[in-house]
Write a protein that binds this ligand. Structure first.
Ligand SMILES: Cc1cc2nc3c(=O)[nH]c(=O)nc-3n(C[C@H](O)[C@H](O)[C@H](O)COP(=O)(O)O)c2cc1C
Length: 164
């Protein structure tokens, strides 16, 4: 299994189900960035942000990782707003900070998601898969868990680490 994993979590609350699932899968010591605790300003066309913006710091951590896991709850049938705002900022990586964008080439991306439904909404993975492709990154797949079900070491949960 890949050792150098960075998880970026888009949940809108601090003590959240998404990180509970991630820790169940990847262990308590896994490196998780909680977007809700990070200052990532919304994308703007000038590419100029307040000094306390932490997007580039997060990108630097992505560059140090082999696998980047985008973890998000399902909110209104899609990724959370925090995750979408974060992905919008990737525009900086193909414009004002192209060199960093190019350096992401070949890194792996996986998605972990959960909600209180039986399955991922239709099309949920598409933005992640297409974004990875656009960035010349490798989309390795996703895991979804219905949080109404008890978290245990089932075959379904092992699926995600098999992907890596
Ligand atoms: C804004 C919002 C929208 C939600 N939309 C959905 C949804 O479309 N489908 C669903 O099954 N659950 C939905 N839920 C339930 C969450 O996916 C579920 O409670 C999840 O475990 C919350 O994860 P979190 O603690 O990481 O935020 C929604 C919850 C919130 C707060």
């Amino acid at each position: 299994m890949i050792k150098n994993i960075l998880v970026i979590n888009g949940s809108a609350r601090s003590n959240n189900n998404t990180s509970q699932l991630v820790k169940h899968l990847l262990g308590n010591d896994i490196n998780i960035i909680e977007l809700i605790e990070s200052k990532v300003y919304h994308y703007n066309y000038k590419g100029v942000y307040n000094a306390d913006d932490s997007f580039q710091d997060i990108v630097d951590q992505m560059l140090d990782a082999q696998l980047i896991v985008l973890a998000t709850p399902v909110y209104w049938y899609t990724m959370s707003g925090h995750m979408k705002a974060f992905l919008d900022r990737w525009t900086d990586l193909v414009s004002t900070h192209k060199e960093k964008g190019r350096a992401l080439k070949g890194k792996k991306i996986a998605v972990i998601s959960q909600s209180t439904s039986d399955a991922m909404p239709e099309g949920f993975e598409i933005p992640f898969k297409l974004t990875a492709e656009y960035m010349d990154m490798i989309y390795v797949g996703s895991l979804f868990w219905d949080m109404r079900r008890e978290l245990k070491d089932s075959e379904e949960l092992k699926k995600i680490t098999n992907l890596w």
